[in-house]
Write a protein that binds this ligand. Structure first.
Ligand code: ATP
Ligand code: MG
Length: 639
C-alpha cells in the first residue's frame, strides 16, 4: 500500500475528464476554441499515421495569442519580472512586451526575414530572449533556440541543420560571475556559412567585441523601428520552432513543432496543472533553451496573461539561497523546477530554505526526471510546508506539453510521492509489453501513447524517416516514448527510467529509478545513478554511483553496507548492485539529467559517444578514475 497525501486544494470539474472520454477529437476541438483564431479550422484532426494535422485550415498566431489579446484588459500587468544574476531587476508589463516584440519584429523584417525563414537564437536568460522568439512567431519565422551554454561546435551543427538565415546573440552572458563571450562563439560557429546573412548582437555586458560586416546591433535596429507590426495569419500547422532534445539517451533530435495544436495543448495544460489565477506569480526555473522554457516560460504563461519570474544564472549562485530569496522577494505562488535542482537544494540542508518566508507558495511543480519519493517528501514538507500539492509533470520535447500530471485546475485527487498520477484528459497513455499488450497493474513495461495529441511534434526537422523510425516503428501507429513505467492498482502512473537503461538481472526487469530512489532515501546520500554491465553468469550486473550530502564523513565500506542492506530490504536481493562508487558529481546533460549511458560506457570500457550536451566534462573523468581506483584495489585484494 503506497503512501497517500490528500490535499484538499484544487477545483472539481469532473465534466472535463468526462467530455474527453467520449471523443478525444471533439474534446480538443472545444479546448482549441479558447485561443484566438483569425479564421476557424475545417477539420479538427487529420490522422495519417504517423503524421497528425490538428485544426487544419485554421489560421492563428502565437505572438498574437501571447500579447495582443491581453492589451485591452491587462496591458499594465507585469508579464515578465526579470532577475539578473547581479540582483538587478526589470519589469515588463504586457504593454511593454507587446511594444518591444513589435519593434523587434519590424527590425527582423528590415533584414529581409520573412515567413518560413529559420532564425537561430543564442541568448542568455534575458527578456530579449522571449522578445526575439515572439517577434519571430509574429512574422512567421521559425525560431530555433540554442541554449547559451553550448559550445561553438554544437551551435554550428544546429545553425547548419536548420540553415538559419539569421543568428541572434549577445556580446556575452553571465554565468557564476563570469562573462561568457557569446558573440565570439557565434563568429567561430558561422565561419564560412554564406547562408547566414546577418547576426544581431544584443549589448548585454557592454564588453567590447569585434564587429563583422554581417553584424547589426540590437539597440540600433530597434531605435528607429515602428512599435506596430501586425501578426501574420499563419496556418495552424505552420512550424513555430525547431528544438533539440536533451541528448540524455543519444545524439539530440531536432523536434519540429507547429502552431495551433501546440498552443491549444499549452493553453489547456498550463491552466489545468497550475490552476492559474490572475493574482499568481509563476516561477519556472528552466532555461528557455529547453522545451520546459519554451512551453512553460514563454508560451504557456503568456497565453494566460500570467505574471512570471525569469531569472538569469545558476540556481545556486551566488549561493544556495538564490531561489528562496527570489520566492520571498516576489511572493511567488507557483514554483516549477527539476528533481536535479531539488536534490541539490536538499544536499545543502534544511536551514537555508527555512530561513526564508516561503508562505506565498501554493503549488509546487517538477519535471525532467523521475522524482525520488524522498525528494518529493522533502519538497512537500520543507518547501511547501505540507500545504502545497506537488505537480509532478511527465512529458517530453516531442510531446510539446504535459502528458501525465496532477491537475488541481480541474480535479483534486490524492497524491502519491513519486507518481505523476494520471494522464491529462484527451490523451490515451498505456504501459505495454514487448508485443504491445497492456500489462497487468504494477507490472513494468513501456510507456506508449495511443492517440495523436495536439502538442505532438510534426516530425523531426528534415528527417521524416528518422521520425517514423524513432517513435512509430516499435508498435504500429502507436507512439513509443522510450520510457519505462508501471500503472498501479489505482491507475496511477510511475515512471521508472529510460527503456534503454532497464536492468535485466536474473530474468527480472528493474527500472533504474527504483534502485536510485532507494539509494537516495539513505540519509547520507544526495544523488545516485545506476546502470547495468554485462556479466557472464547473471547476464547483467548492476553497478551504482552515489554523491554524498554536504559534510558526510562516513567510512565508505560502512556506507556501502548500509545502502546495500537497504536495497535488499526495500526492493529485494536481486536488485543489490555489484559495486557502489562514491563521486562528487554525476555526468549530466546541460538540462540537468543524469547521463547513465556515459556511466555504462565507462564501466564497459567503451567509447562514450555524443557528449555535445554534457554539462561538465570533469564529472566523466571523476567517474572514470573512481572506477579505475576501485577496480585496482579490488584486484589487489584478490591477488
Ligand atoms: P534525448 O531524447 O535526447 O535522450 P531527453 O529524453 O532527456 O533527451 P527531453 O525531451 O528533455 O530529452 O526529456 C524527456 C524525458 O525526460 C522523458 O522521456 C523522461 O524520460 C524524462 N522526464 C521528464 N519529465 C519526467 C517526470 N516527471 N518523471 C519522469 N521522467 C520524466
Ligand atoms: Mg527523449
Amino acid at each position: 500500500m503506497s503512501e497517500i497525501f490528500n490535499i484538499g486544494l484544487g477545483n472539481n470539474r469532473p465534466e472535463i475528464r468526462k467530455q474527453s472520454e467520449s471523443d478525444f477529437v471533439s474534446f480538443w476541438d472545444n479546448q482549441a476554441k479558447k485561443l484566438c483564431w483569425f479564421s476557424p479550422w475545417q477539420k479538427t484532426l487529420e490522422w495519417n499515421p504517423p503524421f497528425a494535422k490538428w485544426f487544419q485550415g485554421g489560421s492563428i498566431n502565437a505572438s498574437y495569442n501571447a500579447l495582443d489579446i491581453h492589451q485591452e484588459t491587462n496591458s499594465q500587468k507585469p508579464a515578465i519580472i526579470w532577475e539578473a544574476e547581479s540582483g538587478e531587476s526589470r519589469i515588463l508589463t504586457y504593454r511593454d512586451l507587446w511594444m518591444e516584440v513589435q519593434k523587434f519584429a519590424n527590425a527582423l523584417k528590415s533584414l529581409g526575414i520573412k515567413k518560413g525563414d529559420r532564425v537561430t537564437i543564442y541568448l542568455p536568460m534575458v527578456p530579449e530572449l522571449p522578445i526575439a522568439m515572439l517577434a519571430c512567431a509574429r512574422i512567421g519565422a521559425t525560431h530555433t533556440v540554442v541554449f547559451s551554454g553550448f559550445s561553438s561546435a554544437s551551435l554550428r551543427e544546429r545553425i547548419e541543420d536548420s540553415r538559419s538565415k539569421l543568428v541572434i546573440t549577445s556580446d556575452g552572458g553571465y554565468r557564476r560571475g563570469k562573462i561568457i563571450k557569446l558573440k565570439e562563439i557565434v563568429d567561430e560557429a558561422i565561419q564560412d556559412f554564406d547562408f547566414v546573412k546577418n547576426v544581431i548582437v544584443l549589448e548585454r555586458t557592454k564588453e567590447p567585441f569585434q564587429l563583422t560586416s554581417k553584424d547589426k546591433i540590437w539597440s540600433e535596429l530597434v531605435q528607429g523601428a515602428l512599435a506596430e507590426c501586425e501578426s501574420e495569419r499563419l496556418d495552424s500547422l505552420h512550424p513555430l520552432y525547431i528544438l533539440y532534445t536533451s541528448g540524455t539517451t543519444g545524439k539530440p533530435k531536432g523536434v519540429l513543432h507547429g502552431t495551433g495544436g501546440y498552443l491549444a495543448h499549452l493553453h489547456s495544460t498550463f491552466g489545468w496543472a497550475f490552476d492559474i489565477k490572475d493574482s499568481d506569480v509563476f516561477f519556472c526555473t528552466a532555461d528557455i533553451g529547453w522545451v520546459t522554457g519554451h512551453s512553460y516560460v514563454v508560451y504557456g504563461p503568456l497565453l494566460h496573461g500570467a505574471t512570471e519570474i525569469i531569472f538569469e544564472g545558476a540556481p545556486d549562485y551566488p549561493d544556495a539561497s538564490r531561489m528562496w530569496e527570489i520566492i520571498q522577494k516576489y511572493k511567488v505562488t507557483i514554483f516549477y523546477t527539476t528533481p536535479t535542482a531539488l536534490r541539490m537544494f536538499m544536499k545543502f540542508g534544511n536551514d537555508i530554505p527555512r530561513s526564508f518566508d516561503l508562505s506565498s507558495l501554493r503549488l509546487l511543480g517538477t519535471v525532467g526526471e523521475p522524482i525520488n519519493p524522498e525528494v518529493w517528501r522533502w519538497y512537500y514538507t520543507i518547501i511547501g510546508k505540507e500545504k502545497c500539492p506537488i505537480i509532478d509533470t511527465w512529458w517530453q520535447t516531442e510531446t510539446g506539453g504535459m502528458m501525465i500530471s496532477p491537475l488541481p485546475g480541474i480535479e483534486t485527487i490524492p497524491l502519491k510521492p513519486g507518481s505523476g498520477t494520471r494522464p491529462i484528459p484527451g490523451v490515451k497513455i498505456s504501459v505495454v509489453d514487448e508485443e504491445g499488450r497492456p500489462v497487468k497493474p504494477n507490472t513494468k513495461g513501456y510507456l506508449i501513447i495511443q492517440n495523436p495529441w495536439p502538442g505532438m511534434l510534426l516530425t523531426l526537422w528534415g528527417d521524416d524517416e528518422k521520425y517514423q523510425k524513432t517513435y512509430w516503428s516499435k508498435y504500429q501507429n502507436i507512439y513509443y516514448s522510450g520510457d519505462f513505467a508501471k500503472i498501479d492498482e489505482d491507475g496511477y502512473f510511475w515512471l521508472l527510467g529510460r527503456a534503454d537503461d532497464v536492468l535485466k538481472v536474473a530474468g527480472h526487469r528493474i527500472g533504474t529509478a527504483e534502485i536510485e530512489s532507494c539509494i537516495v532515501s539513505h540519509q547520507d546520500i544526495a544523488e545516485s545513478a545506476v546502470c547495468g554491465i554485462p556479466d557472464d553468469i547473471k547476464g547483467e550486473v548492476i553497478i551504482s554511483f552515489a554523491v554524498l550530502k554536504e559534510n558526510v564523513k562516513k567510512d565508505w565500506l560502512i556506507l556501502k553496507h548500509e545502502i546495500f542492506e537497504k536495497i535488499r530490504k526495500d526492493i529485494g536481493p536481486i536488485a543489490t548492485p555489484k559495486q557502489i562508487y562514491f563521486v562528487s558529481k554525476l555526468p549530466k546533460t546541460r538540462s540537468g539529467k543524469i547521463m547513465r549511458r556515459l556511466l555504462k560506457s565507462i564501466a564497459n570500457n567503451e567509447k562514450i559517444g555524443d557528449t555535445s550536451t554534457l554539462e561538465d566534462g570533469t564529472a566523466v573523468s571523476e567517474v572514470q578514475s573512481a572506477f579505475e581506483e576501485l577496480q585496482k584495489s579490488i584486484n589487489e585484494k584478490n591477488s
